[in-house]
Write a protein of this length. Structure first.
Length: 299
Protein backbone atom coordinates (compact mmCIF):
# COMPACT_ATOMS: atom_id res chain seq x y z
CA UNK A 1 0.00 0.00 0.00
CA UNK A 2 2.77 2.47 0.92
CA UNK A 3 4.22 2.04 -2.58
CA UNK A 4 1.43 4.24 -3.91
CA UNK A 5 1.80 7.04 -1.38
CA UNK A 6 3.57 10.33 -2.25
CA UNK A 7 6.99 10.67 -0.67
CA UNK A 8 7.91 13.52 1.65
CA UNK A 9 10.52 14.60 -0.88
CA UNK A 10 7.87 14.94 -3.60
CA UNK A 11 5.71 17.01 -1.26
CA UNK A 12 8.70 19.21 -0.44
CA UNK A 13 9.27 19.82 -4.14
CA UNK A 14 5.61 20.73 -4.62
CA UNK A 15 5.56 23.20 -1.71
CA UNK A 16 8.86 24.77 -2.81
CA UNK A 17 7.50 25.34 -6.32
CA UNK A 18 4.41 26.98 -4.88
CA UNK A 19 6.48 29.24 -2.62
CA UNK A 20 8.97 30.31 -5.29
CA UNK A 21 6.83 30.18 -8.44
CA UNK A 22 9.86 29.11 -10.46
CA UNK A 23 11.38 25.68 -11.08
CA UNK A 24 14.97 26.90 -10.84
CA UNK A 25 14.53 28.78 -7.58
CA UNK A 26 12.48 25.93 -6.09
CA UNK A 27 15.25 23.48 -6.98
CA UNK A 28 17.86 25.72 -5.33
CA UNK A 29 15.75 25.90 -2.17
CA UNK A 30 15.58 22.09 -2.11
CA UNK A 31 19.31 21.71 -2.91
CA UNK A 32 18.62 19.61 -6.01
CA UNK A 33 18.92 20.17 -9.74
CA UNK A 34 15.99 21.56 -11.67
CA UNK A 35 15.65 18.31 -13.61
CA UNK A 36 15.48 16.32 -10.37
CA UNK A 37 12.74 18.54 -8.99
CA UNK A 38 10.79 18.47 -12.26
CA UNK A 39 11.04 14.70 -12.47
CA UNK A 40 9.89 14.32 -8.87
CA UNK A 41 6.81 16.44 -9.52
CA UNK A 42 5.94 14.48 -12.66
CA UNK A 43 6.23 11.26 -10.68
CA UNK A 44 3.87 12.73 -8.10
CA UNK A 45 1.31 13.71 -10.74
CA UNK A 46 1.57 10.26 -12.34
CA UNK A 47 1.14 8.62 -8.95
CA UNK A 48 -2.07 10.44 -8.08
CA UNK A 49 -3.30 10.62 -11.68
CA UNK A 50 -4.00 14.36 -11.89
CA UNK A 51 -2.24 17.50 -13.12
CA UNK A 52 -1.16 19.76 -10.28
CA UNK A 53 0.88 22.33 -12.17
CA UNK A 54 0.30 23.89 -15.60
CA UNK A 55 3.70 24.45 -17.17
CA UNK A 56 4.43 27.13 -19.75
CA UNK A 57 7.68 28.84 -20.72
CA UNK A 58 7.01 31.88 -18.59
CA UNK A 59 4.41 30.93 -16.00
CA UNK A 60 4.02 28.23 -13.37
CA UNK A 61 0.32 28.01 -12.59
CA UNK A 62 -1.18 25.64 -10.04
CA UNK A 63 -4.54 24.03 -10.75
CA UNK A 64 -7.29 24.48 -8.12
CA UNK A 65 -6.68 20.90 -6.99
CA UNK A 66 -2.96 21.60 -6.95
CA UNK A 67 -3.50 24.49 -4.53
CA UNK A 68 -5.57 22.27 -2.22
CA UNK A 69 -2.94 19.54 -2.28
CA UNK A 70 -0.21 22.11 -1.49
CA UNK A 71 -2.13 23.14 1.62
CA UNK A 72 -2.42 19.52 2.69
CA UNK A 73 1.25 18.90 1.86
CA UNK A 74 2.29 21.73 4.17
CA UNK A 75 0.43 20.10 7.05
CA UNK A 76 1.90 16.68 6.28
CA UNK A 77 5.44 18.09 6.15
CA UNK A 78 4.94 19.98 9.39
CA UNK A 79 3.70 16.82 11.12
CA UNK A 80 6.70 14.90 9.77
CA UNK A 81 9.07 17.56 11.06
CA UNK A 82 7.46 17.36 14.48
CA UNK A 83 8.37 13.68 14.62
CA UNK A 84 11.98 14.75 14.46
CA UNK A 85 11.30 17.54 16.95
CA UNK A 86 9.95 15.01 19.43
CA UNK A 87 13.12 12.97 19.16
CA UNK A 88 15.32 16.05 19.56
CA UNK A 89 13.28 17.23 22.53
CA UNK A 90 14.01 13.95 24.28
CA UNK A 91 17.76 14.45 23.79
CA UNK A 92 20.12 17.27 24.72
CA UNK A 93 18.54 20.72 25.12
CA UNK A 94 19.05 23.21 22.30
CA UNK A 95 20.74 20.79 19.94
CA UNK A 96 20.22 19.92 16.29
CA UNK A 97 18.71 22.29 13.74
CA UNK A 98 16.40 25.20 14.51
CA UNK A 99 15.01 27.78 12.08
CA UNK A 100 14.18 31.18 13.48
CA UNK A 101 12.73 34.23 11.75
CA UNK A 102 13.55 37.70 13.11
CA UNK A 103 11.88 40.94 12.09
CA UNK A 104 14.12 43.67 10.58
CA UNK A 105 13.56 46.18 13.40
CA UNK A 106 14.98 43.67 15.89
CA UNK A 107 17.57 41.58 14.01
CA UNK A 108 20.54 43.99 13.69
CA UNK A 109 20.22 45.25 17.27
CA UNK A 110 19.39 42.14 19.29
CA UNK A 111 21.11 39.26 17.50
CA UNK A 112 24.62 40.46 18.43
CA UNK A 113 23.55 40.46 22.08
CA UNK A 114 22.71 36.79 22.46
CA UNK A 115 24.27 34.86 19.57
CA UNK A 116 27.78 34.72 21.10
CA UNK A 117 26.41 33.30 24.38
CA UNK A 118 24.24 30.86 22.47
CA UNK A 119 27.19 29.57 20.44
CA UNK A 120 29.32 29.29 23.57
CA UNK A 121 26.79 27.51 25.80
CA UNK A 122 24.99 25.40 23.19
CA UNK A 123 27.53 24.49 20.49
CA UNK A 124 25.37 21.59 19.26
CA UNK A 125 22.60 23.95 18.18
CA UNK A 126 22.56 24.75 14.45
CA UNK A 127 20.50 27.95 14.26
CA UNK A 128 19.33 29.08 10.81
CA UNK A 129 18.21 32.72 10.77
CA UNK A 130 15.84 34.44 8.36
CA UNK A 131 15.08 38.17 8.45
CA UNK A 132 11.57 39.02 7.25
CA UNK A 133 8.54 41.14 8.08
CA UNK A 134 6.20 40.03 10.84
CA UNK A 135 3.46 38.94 8.46
CA UNK A 136 5.82 36.78 6.42
CA UNK A 137 7.43 35.35 9.57
CA UNK A 138 4.09 34.35 11.08
CA UNK A 139 2.98 32.81 7.79
CA UNK A 140 6.21 30.84 7.64
CA UNK A 141 5.74 29.69 11.23
CA UNK A 142 2.32 28.22 10.54
CA UNK A 143 3.43 26.75 7.20
CA UNK A 144 6.32 24.97 8.89
CA UNK A 145 9.02 26.99 7.09
CA UNK A 146 10.31 28.25 10.42
CA UNK A 147 10.24 26.94 13.99
CA UNK A 148 10.04 30.13 16.03
CA UNK A 149 9.87 33.88 15.49
CA UNK A 150 11.49 36.77 17.34
CA UNK A 151 9.04 39.65 16.96
CA UNK A 152 7.36 42.59 18.66
CA UNK A 153 3.94 42.45 20.30
CA UNK A 154 1.13 43.28 20.06
CA UNK A 155 0.67 41.46 16.78
CA UNK A 156 -1.93 38.89 15.74
CA UNK A 157 0.34 35.97 14.79
CA UNK A 158 -2.32 33.26 15.04
CA UNK A 159 -2.32 30.22 17.32
CA UNK A 160 1.05 30.66 19.01
CA UNK A 161 2.66 30.47 22.42
CA UNK A 162 4.63 33.59 23.35
CA UNK A 163 7.48 34.10 25.78
CA UNK A 164 7.73 37.86 26.42
CA UNK A 165 11.36 38.95 26.84
CA UNK A 166 11.29 42.66 27.69
CA UNK A 167 9.61 45.96 26.85
CA UNK A 168 11.28 48.15 24.25
CA UNK A 169 10.47 51.86 24.67
CA UNK A 170 9.82 54.14 21.70
CA UNK A 171 11.95 57.25 21.15
CA UNK A 172 11.38 60.33 19.00
CA UNK A 173 14.43 61.11 16.84
CA UNK A 174 15.02 64.59 15.38
CA UNK A 175 17.83 66.78 13.98
CA UNK A 176 19.77 68.25 16.92
CA UNK A 177 19.88 71.67 15.28
CA UNK A 178 16.08 71.90 15.32
CA UNK A 179 15.86 71.39 19.07
CA UNK A 180 19.13 72.43 20.75
CA UNK A 181 17.70 72.05 24.29
CA UNK A 182 15.25 69.15 24.04
CA UNK A 183 13.00 68.20 26.98
CA UNK A 184 13.54 64.91 28.84
CA UNK A 185 10.67 63.39 26.83
CA UNK A 186 8.60 64.45 23.84
CA UNK A 187 4.82 64.34 23.92
CA UNK A 188 2.92 62.75 21.07
CA UNK A 189 0.97 65.99 20.66
CA UNK A 190 4.21 67.83 19.85
CA UNK A 191 4.99 65.70 16.79
CA UNK A 192 4.39 67.45 13.47
CA UNK A 193 2.49 64.88 11.43
CA UNK A 194 3.58 66.48 8.16
CA UNK A 195 7.25 65.75 8.98
CA UNK A 196 6.90 62.29 10.48
CA UNK A 197 8.90 59.63 8.63
CA UNK A 198 7.96 55.99 9.20
CA UNK A 199 8.82 52.62 7.77
CA UNK A 200 6.85 51.46 4.76
CA UNK A 201 3.82 49.22 5.16
CA UNK A 202 4.61 45.71 6.32
CA UNK A 203 6.75 46.76 9.30
CA UNK A 204 4.86 46.43 12.57
CA UNK A 205 6.98 49.15 14.23
CA UNK A 206 4.98 51.67 12.20
CA UNK A 207 1.73 50.33 13.71
CA UNK A 208 3.20 50.28 17.23
CA UNK A 209 4.39 53.88 16.89
CA UNK A 210 1.06 55.15 15.58
CA UNK A 211 -0.88 53.26 18.26
CA UNK A 212 1.31 54.71 21.02
CA UNK A 213 0.68 58.26 19.79
CA UNK A 214 -3.09 57.73 19.67
CA UNK A 215 -3.40 60.38 16.96
CA UNK A 216 -5.34 59.07 13.94
CA UNK A 217 -4.18 61.95 11.75
CA UNK A 218 -0.58 60.76 12.03
CA UNK A 219 -1.37 57.67 10.01
CA UNK A 220 -2.93 59.74 7.26
CA UNK A 221 -0.24 62.43 7.10
CA UNK A 222 2.98 60.59 7.92
CA UNK A 223 5.31 59.68 5.09
CA UNK A 224 5.81 55.90 4.94
CA UNK A 225 9.06 55.98 2.98
CA UNK A 226 11.81 54.12 4.78
CA UNK A 227 12.76 50.54 3.99
CA UNK A 228 14.93 50.25 7.11
CA UNK A 229 15.59 52.12 10.33
CA UNK A 230 19.09 53.01 9.13
CA UNK A 231 17.61 54.62 6.01
CA UNK A 232 15.10 56.58 8.12
CA UNK A 233 17.89 57.86 10.38
CA UNK A 234 19.84 59.12 7.36
CA UNK A 235 16.74 60.97 6.17
CA UNK A 236 16.33 62.62 9.58
CA UNK A 237 20.05 63.46 9.64
CA UNK A 238 19.55 65.33 6.37
CA UNK A 239 16.74 67.44 7.79
CA UNK A 240 13.89 65.68 6.01
CA UNK A 241 11.78 65.14 9.12
CA UNK A 242 11.51 63.29 12.42
CA UNK A 243 10.90 59.64 13.20
CA UNK A 244 10.36 57.11 15.98
CA UNK A 245 12.94 54.52 16.95
CA UNK A 246 12.93 51.57 19.34
CA UNK A 247 15.15 51.89 22.40
CA UNK A 248 17.22 48.86 21.38
CA UNK A 249 18.26 50.64 18.17
CA UNK A 250 19.25 53.79 20.06
CA UNK A 251 21.24 51.75 22.61
CA UNK A 252 22.94 49.83 19.77
CA UNK A 253 24.31 53.10 18.42
CA UNK A 254 22.13 53.70 15.37
CA UNK A 255 22.57 57.46 15.91
CA UNK A 256 26.36 57.31 16.17
CA UNK A 257 28.17 59.62 13.73
CA UNK A 258 24.97 61.53 12.98
CA UNK A 259 23.54 64.86 14.09
CA UNK A 260 20.33 63.19 15.26
CA UNK A 261 19.15 63.25 18.87
CA UNK A 262 16.46 61.12 20.48
CA UNK A 263 14.20 61.42 23.51
CA UNK A 264 11.61 59.00 24.91
CA UNK A 265 8.07 59.33 23.61
CA UNK A 266 5.78 60.58 26.38
CA UNK A 267 2.57 58.65 25.80
CA UNK A 268 0.59 55.79 27.26
CA UNK A 269 1.94 52.41 26.13
CA UNK A 270 4.89 54.05 24.34
CA UNK A 271 6.61 50.71 23.88
CA UNK A 272 6.51 47.36 22.16
CA UNK A 273 7.06 43.99 23.80
CA UNK A 274 9.82 41.82 22.35
CA UNK A 275 8.84 38.15 22.41
CA UNK A 276 9.76 34.75 21.09
CA UNK A 277 6.76 32.88 19.68
CA UNK A 278 6.23 29.33 18.42
CA UNK A 279 3.36 27.08 17.35
CA UNK A 280 1.13 25.94 20.18
CA UNK A 281 1.77 22.42 21.46
CA UNK A 282 5.14 22.23 19.70
CA UNK A 283 7.19 19.31 21.05
CA UNK A 284 10.19 21.64 21.25
CA UNK A 285 8.57 24.05 23.71
CA UNK A 286 11.28 23.29 26.28
CA UNK A 287 13.93 24.35 23.77
CA UNK A 288 12.11 27.56 22.88
CA UNK A 289 11.67 28.55 26.52
CA UNK A 290 15.35 27.87 27.14
CA UNK A 291 16.23 29.98 24.10
CA UNK A 292 14.05 32.78 25.49
CA UNK A 293 15.97 32.58 28.77
CA UNK A 294 19.26 32.95 26.90
CA UNK A 295 17.91 36.01 25.10
CA UNK A 296 16.70 37.58 28.35
CA UNK A 297 20.00 36.99 30.10
CA UNK A 298 21.91 38.62 27.24
CA UNK A 299 19.49 41.56 26.99
Amino acid sequence: MSTYLPTLKQLQYLVALKDHGHFGRAAEACFVTQSTLSAGLRELETLIGVTLVERTRRVVRFTPLGDRIVDKARRVLREAEELGDMARAAGRPLSGEMRMSVIPTIAPFMLPRFLPALRRDYPDLKLFLREETTAMACEGLHNGRTDCVLLALPYACGEVTAAPLFDDRLFVAFPQAELPEPPPAIAATDIDETRLLLLEDGHCLKDHALAACNRPELGAQAMMLGTSLHTIVQMVDNGLGVTMLPEMAVEAGILDHTSVAARPLAADHAMRTIALVWRRASPRERDFRLLAEVMQAAG
